[in-house]
Design a protein around this ligand. Structure first.
Ligand code: GRF
Length: 248
């Protein structure tokens, strides 16, 4: 063999692949998440709509999501106005929030109606009389009937305390705890006939910690809800104003 010939070693073993780097998961606190979302909405080039999108909010409970919609509007993070709050439960705390922020509200008590359709039609009439463009079910403990859904296709949204399609229906947070999942969250979605089933608009994940109980987990999920619901409203408002019809 000539002295300067190359010695090539041949091996049948496969080449050694570089170690695969695991993607690192970054978890940030709620405060940082809120700041990031605020920055996104303030920096975004979303057009400011004139007239503003007219919202009808439906609520049955504490109204904390309703309050955060109001705050987002006040902070100029959401270019919308609330035409009406409709509640079905005369004792719900959402009413107090409407009074506090001087938002018009009406109680349409389902117990005063003979049928679900009758209640739905009263709700619908109120919304249409006020030319509401987008309905937000923010803790509305009623199943939306077909009349409402069909008249507001792509303009009726709901917030649910789980990462849909997991844990539909009532007690979603307890369902997640009982199933021992490690991550749950919240979802804003379009409403269709099947409960908690329409296209997803935005979701946020919330890890379940070992010491969590229903109360602690509910609190953290709701903090996320208060951030993502205004973002989802902004997104749907944009779709409505630009005539986008891509969702179910
Ligand atoms: C929220 O957790 C929402 O996901 C569920 O009902 C709850 C309403 O809370 N649909 P609030 O009345 O907005 O405080």
């Amino acid at each position: 063999m000539p002295v300067n010939a190359k010695i090539v070693s041949v091996s049948t073993a496969p080449p050694i692949a570089p170690p695969i780097e695991k993607p690192s998961m970054v978890t940030i606190g709620i405060k940082a998440f809120r700041q990031a979302c605020t920055k996104i909405t303030l920096d975004s080039e979303s057009p400011l709509f004139e007239p503003k999108i007219r919202l009808g909010v439906l609520a049955s409970g504490n109204g904390s999501n309703f309050e955060y919609i109001i705050k987002s509007i006040q902070n100029n993070q959401l270019n919308a106005e609330i035409s009406i709050l409709i509640v079905n439960n005369p004792d719900c705390l959402a009413i107090k929030k409407a009074i506090k922020y001087k938002i018009p509200y009406v109680i349409i008590n389902h117990r005063d109606c003979q049928t679900r359709l009758e209640h739905d039609m009263l709700v619908l009439k109120k919304l249409e009389d006020l030319s509401v463009e987008l309905i937000v079910m923010a803790g509305w403990m009623r199943i939306a009937g077909e009349e409402l859904i069909n008249r507001y296709i792509n303009r009726l949204i709901n917030i649910h305390p789980s990462l849909l399609p997991s844990f539909k229906g009532i007690n979603a947070i307890q369902q997640a705890i009982d199933e021992r999942v490690t991550i749950t969250g919240c979802t804003v979605h379009y409403v269709k006939k099947e409960v908690d089933s329409g296209s997803i608009i935005i979701q946020a994940a919330v890890p379940i910690q070992e010491h969590d109980n229903k109360e602690t987990l509910t609190k953290r999920i709701q903090q996320m809800e208060h951030i993502i619901l205004p973002l989802a409203i902004a997104k749907v408002a944009m779709n409505i104003r630009t005539g986008f019809r891509g969702n179910k």
